[in-house]
Design a protein around this ligand. Structure first.
Ligand code: SF4
Length: 205
């Protein structure tokens, strides 16, 4: 069975793609395509069309969810156009749609070749960007981005630009394997960018 959306901790999560320009050492995609605790199998046999995803989402009772989250078993912003189309459709059709969040690696402007942040305005309430490291070297060792340290710069620039268009810009790190010095450096980065740092607990597979 193909899972386009699934419930987790009171939120509805949407999975539109398996594609990603990173190869994070902790990525669930390494785990035999199994989606771990989140769903039975999040590996998409094919990418759902926007219409297919809309039909899946319209079958849900949104009054049950505190948030709608685009994340996935890949990088959701590979499908920025479809994602924003879905948000527009849902806002039109679903009264009291819960706040919308994107969980992203922050590389969209790099891999799409344009600045997409203005398009998030009025559509996305929270953008959560994986910071994953306190230096470009540390970041690249963990996430192994296709474009190397360019991806680190692109991610920080993306976060800075999002501030103008998205009410809540959050950057996340996982506490495991981070020294107090690394956490302090991450805090300094997010303070300089004017965004919120969220330190997440590590969730084992
Ligand atoms: S950015 Fe996300 S989907 Fe991409 S490799 Fe890293 S953990 Fe996996």
């Amino acid at each position: 069975m193909m899972t386009i959306s699934y419930e987790y901790e009171g939120a509805l999560y949407v999975n539109l793609t398996n594609r990603c320009d990173c190869n994070c050492v902790f990525c669930l995609r390494h785990n035999g395509h199994k989606g771990s605790i989140y769903a039975d199998d999040l590996w998409l046999e094919h990418e759902p069309s926007r219409e297919e995803a809309l039909a899946d989402l319209l079958a849900r009772d949104f009054s049950q969810y505190r948030e709608l989250v685009f994340c996935g078993f890949g990088e959701p912003m590979y499908r920025t156009d479809d994602l924003l189309w879905l948000v527009d459709q849902l806002k039109e059709r679903v009264p009291n749609l819960p706040p919308v969040r994107i969980n992203t690696n922050g590389h969209a402007n790099l891999f799409l070749g344009r600045d997409v942040t203005p398009e998030l305005k009025g559509r996305i309430d929270t953008i959560s960007i994986s910071l994953n490291g306190s230096t470009p070297e540390e970041y690249c060792a963990v996430t192994q981005p296709r474009e190397g340290t360019k991806a680190w710069d692109a991610m920080l620039d993306f976060a800075r630009k999002c501030r103008d268009y998205v009410p809540h810009v959050v950057m996340t790190i996982v506490d495991k394997d981070k020294t107090p010095e690394e956490i302090a450096r991450c805090r300094a980065i997010t303070e300089e960018l004017g965004v919120t740092l969220r330190i997440r607990a590590y969730i084992p597979d």
